[in-house]
Write a protein that binds this ligand. Structure first.
Ligand code: AGP
Length: 601
C-alpha cells in the first residue's frame, strides 16, 4: 500500500527518495509525489499513475535540495488523481500520510470555515489541524504532537516545515522507521526498511505514538524521540543485526513472479538447513510448547498456508486449532485463554488485520508466534516467538515462494513438536520435494500449452479435498488476482451443493486429483465431466482413469512425498496462473487495485 520515504542531509535529496520509492513500488500504488525544500520554499510535484510519470516531471526542474519527502499513494479516500496524490502542502508544511484518519469528517467540520481543502483526502485534515496548532503554539514539534493526539485511527505521518531544516515522523499501528548513515550522517525515514538498504546502516524502529525528530544540525544526536507529552522517549528499538533485506533484481526473468517461482527449489533446501542446524533451530527451541489450543489468523495466501498448518498440527500433534480470516477474528470476540498459542502467518509482517489479531491475543495473555518473512517487521517485533520463512524479498504482489515456505515452516514446527525434525524420512522428503519442484519448472512449456487452450474461458473452478482444498483456494486466488478472471476454489465434495449449476462447456474445472482421497476426488471430477465442463486435471501421474476424463492432464510424481504433496501441486497452479495472466496481458507483478502489504483494514 502507500509508501513513505524521507531524506535530510548534506547531499542531493531527490535521488535517495526516488530510489526508495521505486523499491516500494512493489507494494502497490496508483500515484506518486515528492516535496522538497529549496532555499526556504517547499515545492511539491505529484502525478497520477506510475512513478515514471513523477520522474519525468522531476526532470523538468533543476532541483537543488537537501530535504525531501516522497510518497506512493494507494487510494482510500478520494479518487486517483494528481490532486489527491501526496504530499499535501500549504504555505507552511508539506506532509505525507499512510493509513486512515477515522475522525476526518469531524475535524473537517471544525476547520473548513477557516482552512481550505484542495483534495478529497482524509490527509488534509492533519495538514490543517497542524497549521491551526502551530498558529497557537508557534513550535513545530509541539504542534505535530498536539495534532497527532487528536487523530483517530492507524496512521503514519511525516512532516516537513518551510521554516526549519528538520523532518518529523510519527505513527500509530502503521509501519515507520528512521535511519542514519553513520559515515555521512545523512538521515532517512521510511514506511519500510527495504527502502533504506544501502543508504542507512543504523535503523530505528519507533513504537506507537513516539515522535522522531530528524535534525542534521545536532551532531551525533541527529535523531531524537519524544513522547506525546513532549518528554524524551526511549520507546524505540535500534536494529540489532543486519536485516536480511537484499535488493532484488529480476535477472533473466520477465517478471518477479516467475523469478520467485523459480527460487523455490533452492529456498526449500536452505530452509531445512536453517531449521535443523542453524539459527532456526534456536527459534524452535525458544517456544514454550505447553499450549492447549492454537488460534491461527492470517489473510489471503497466508491464510491458505494456515489451513495446511492447522491440518499438520491437528493430524500430527493432536492439538486443536482454530483458524480465521484475520479480519473476522478480530471482531468476533473469540474465546481466548492464556494457556493457548496465537499463530500469525504473514509475508510482510505488516498486514493491519493480522497485527490487530496478534495484539488481541497478547492482551488476553496468550503467547504469540509469527510465521513471517520480513525480519524486523511489526509482527516479528510484537510476537513472543518468530519462525522466519527465509523466502528473501518477495516483490511480486502475487505471493508464491512465501506460501511454499510458510507451509513448510508450519510442517517443520509440527515435526519439531513431535521430535521428528531430524528424522531422515522428513529430511529426504524435503530434498525430494525440492527436486520435484525443479522437474515441474522444467516442464513449464506443458503448462504454458494448457494455458494457451483455456485462457479465454469464462470462469474457473478449482477443486480439491483434504490438504488439496487449501491448494484449490490458493490456485483460484492466484488466478483471479493476476489474470482478472473469475475463479473460485471449492472443496471437491461441495460442488454438488450449489456450484455445480455453473458447469457448462465454457466453465473450466481445475481438478486436483491426487493420491490422497483419490477415489472421492475422482468421482467429483466425473460429475463435472458429465456436465460438459472443461476438465484440467492436475494430480497423480500415468493414471488411465484420469487421462480418460481429462481434456488436459498434468501428472505429478508424488513418490516419496507425504505431507508436502500440496506444495508440489501448487507450483503447477502458480505457473498456470502466470501463463494465463501473460496471455491476457495484465500487469503481473503489480496487478490492478492490489497492494503487496495491506496496512489498512
Ligand atoms: C497473495 O497473492 C496476496 N497478494 C495476498 O492475499 C496476501 O497473501 C495477503 O494480503 C496477506 O499478506 P501478508 O502475507 O503480507 O500478511
Amino acid at each position: 500500500m502507500c509508501g513513505i520515504v524521507g531524506y535530510i542531509g548534506k547531499n542531493d535529496s531527490i535521488k535517495p527518495v526516488i530510489e526508495g520509492l521505486s523499491r516500494l513500488e512493489y507494494r502497490g500504488y496508483d500515484s506518486a509525489g515528492i516535496s522538497y525544500k529549496e532555499s526556504s520554499d517547499i515545492i511539491t510535484l505529484k502525478k497520477e499513475g506510475k512513478l515514471d510519470n513523477l520522474k519525468s516531471e522531476i526532470k523538468k526542474h533543476n532541483i537543488n535540495s537537501k530535504i525531501a519527502i516522497g510518497h506512493t499513494r494507494w487510494a482510500t479516500h478520494g479518487e486517483v488523481n494528481d490532486v489527491n496524490a501526496h504530499p499535501h502542502q500549504n504555505e507552511l508544511f508539506a506532509i505525507v500520510h499512510n493509513g486512515i484518519i477515522e475522525n476526518a469528517d469531524r475535524i473537517k467540520s471544525e476547520l473548513s470555515s477557516k482552512y481550505s481543502y484542495k483534495s478529497q483526502t482524509d490527509t488534509e485534515n492533519f495538514l490543517n489541524l497542524l497549521t491551526s496548532k502551530y498558529e497557537k503554539l508557534n513550535d513545530v514539534r509541539s504542534a505535530v504532537l498536539e495534532t497527532f493526539k487528536e487523530i483517530e485511527g492507524n496512521s503514519a505521518f511525516v512532516v516537513m516545515c518551510k521554516l526549519t531544516n528538520k523532518l518529523w515522523a510519527i505513527k500509530r499501528s502503521a509501519p515507520l522507521v528512521c535511519g542514519i548513515d553513520a559515515a555521512t550522517r545523512d538521515l532517512y525515514i521510511s514506511s519500510d526498511p527495504y527502502a533504506l538498504v544501502g543508504f542507512a546502516n543504523k535503523i530505528y524502529f519507533p513504537q506507537n505514538e513516539v515522535l522522531c525528530e530528524c535534525d542534521p544540525s545536532k551532531v551525533n544526536d541527529e535523531i531524537q524521540f519524544f513522547e506525546l507529552d513532549g518528554s524524551a522517549s526511549h520507546r524505540y528499538e535500534l536494529q540489532k543485526k543486519d536485516l536480511n533485506l537484499n535488493v532484488s533484481e529480476k535477472g533473466i526473468y520477465e517478471h518477479y513472479m516467475l523469478k520467485e517461482i523459480h527460487e523455490q527449489p533452492t529456498l526449500i533446501k536452505s530452509l531445512v538447513d536453517y531449521y535443523t542446524t542453524g539459527e532456526g533451530l534456536e527459534s524452535l527451541k525458544s517456544i514454550d510448547n505447553k499450549f492447549k489450543r492454537v488460534h491461527i489468523a492470517a489473510c489471503g495466501t497466508a491464510l491458505h498456508a494456515g489451513y495446511l498448518v492447522k491440518n499438520f498440527l491437528e493430524k500430527e500433534n493432536k492439538v486443536p486449532v482454530q483458524i480465521d480470516f484475520a479480519s473476522e477474528f478480530r471482531y468476533r470476540n473469540p474465546l481466548l485463554s492464556s494457556d493457548e498459542l496465537g499463530v500469525f502467518i504473514s509475508q510482510s509482517g505488516e498486514t493491519a488485520d493480522t497485527l490487530a489479531c496478534q495484539e488481541l491475543c497478547s492482551e488476553s495473555k496468550l503467547k504469540t508466534l509469527s510465521i513471517v518473512n520480513v525480519e524486523g517487521s511489526t509482527l516479528f517485533r510484537d510476537c513472543n516467538y518468530n519462525l522466519l520463512i527465509k523466502a528473501g524479498v518477495e516483490i511480486g504482489v502475487a505471493s508464491t515462494k512465501a506460501f511454499t515456505q510458510q507451509v513448510l515452516v508450519g510442517l517443520i514446527l509440527s515435526k519439531y513438536l513431535k521430535n521428528e525434525l531430524n528424522n531422515d524420512d522428513f529430511k529426504n522428503e524435503l530434498s525430494s520435494l525440492s527436486s520435484k519442484v525443479n522437474e515441474v519448472l522444467d516442464r513449464k512449456d506443458e503448462i504454458k500449452q494448457i494455458a494457451n487452450e483455456i485462457y479465454n474461458k469464462n470462469g474457473f473452478i478449482f477443486t480439491g479435498r483434504g490438504d488439496h482444498y487449501p491448494i484449490a483456494l490458493e490456485g483460484a486466488l492466484k488466478l483471479k488476482e493476476i489474470a482478472y478472471v473469475h475463479a473460485e476454489g471449492y472443496a471437491a465434495g461441495e460442488l454438488k451443493h450449489g456450484p455445480i449449476s455453473l458447469i457448462d462447456e465454457n466453465m473450466v474445472n481445475i481438478a486436483l486429483v491426487t493420491p490422497d482421497l483419490f477415489d472421492k476426488t475422482f468421482s467429483n471430477a466425473q460429475e463435472v465431466k458429465a456436465r460438459k465442463g472443461i476438465m484440467v486435471i492436475v494430480g497423480t501421474e500415468n493414471n488411465e482413469q484420469l487421462s480418460n476424463i481429462a481434456d488436459y492432464y498434468f501428472g505429478l510424481d508424488y513418490s516419496g512425498l507425504s505431507s508436502t504433496k500440496p506444495v508440489l501441486t501448487n507450483v503447477v497452479l502458480q505457473l498456470l496462473s502466470y501463463y494465463i495472466a501473460k496471455l491476457k496481458g495484465t500487469d503481473i507483478d503489480k496487478p490492478r487495485n492490489l497492494a503487496k502489504s495491506v496496512t489498512v483494514e
